[in-house]
Design a protein around this ligand. Sequence first.
Ligand code: NAD
Length: 360
Amino acid sequence: MTDLKEAHVVRFVHDTLPQRIRFATGGAAGHLAEEVTEGGFRRVMVIAAAAEKEPAEHVARDLPVVLWHHEVAMHVPADVAERGRQAAAEHRADVLVCVGGGSTTGLAKAIALTTGLPIIAVPTTYAGSEATDVWGITTHARKTTGTDRRVLPRTIVYDPALTLTLPLDVSIASGLNALAHCVDSLWAPRANPINAAFAGEGIRALNTGLPQIVADPADISGRELLLHGSYLAAAAFASAGSGLHHKICHVLGGMFDLPHAQTHAVVLPHVLAFNAHAAPEAESRIATAFGTASATAGLARLRSTLDSPVSLREYSMPENGIRPAVQAILAAAPADNPRSLTADNLTALLHAAWEGAPPR
Ligand code: NAD
């Protein structure tokens, strides 16, 4: 008999997060009304940034709304979260409906974290926060994150028509943010074959959808691919945890107040080039999903079709910020990253991302 201790055996733990997903182009208003009725909710708090007021009013028009809440800010400042919680309590809301990108979903999560109110999320970007149980709140320029099942939306209502207004440059950066969830999940601390299946299909959908919306931003089939790809990406990320890429972006975003999706878009090719040779299974899955000879060739081919962000300095990160960032990333990086990190190789990676040099 084979000695299983000696043989290579597959061993993992996988959590599937419980959520209902409703997906229909042009179907958000109907799906939302059904969800609210089925859940027996009578006092809806709608959360939407001022910029998304109009689409939010449109999709929530048939709901018993007791409060329209428009104070949303990137990275969920603690005072914004606190005012949202107070407003929910004052109006005795029994459900939160958030319509917007990751910042809006993030505020709903911060309210749910302390009130336990259920969330129905209507995403309008490809950030994917709606499919994770990760929350984040910023106090004095320092973002604290954690996981808690109370912040996981009970239902996601996807309507690709709501993403048609997302400007093309933001759509590209946001789509590459989703792609980063797929790629990083393949070597993150809880990587497993189930996440990998999601990640592979997510890469395929995003790689097809992004060039379609570049050719025609109103191409609804491209928008559909991007939204379903962004769900797969976020589900893979939620289960696998943060790999090197996410740790780097978290440190850079916090230290230099960089825009979230654009930072991911710039850093991804550098982390992929850094890890690919040391992670052959991940490399092969990414290459297969892109339909190219290698993972890096696949990402380079996709990026050559997009006008995507290339450097961190274009977002005002100072060059002398590289050194403190390296120290912070070394302290936070996953111990089991496929390739060992040193101050030297990380400095080279960050410098290339800062100046927009080709990934090495
Ligand atoms: P965002 O929500 O800040 O939106 C970016 C901009 O796009 C905003 O100005 C917004 O008003 C606008 N916008 C959104 N949808 C639009 C639409 N359909 N049409 C026109 N304009 C639109 O950015 P984001 O990248 O979606 O989210 C970033 C935030 O989400 C960060 O704080 C990040 O940390 C968080 N996030 C959290 C998780 C998680 O799992 N907790 C995952 C991903 C992102």
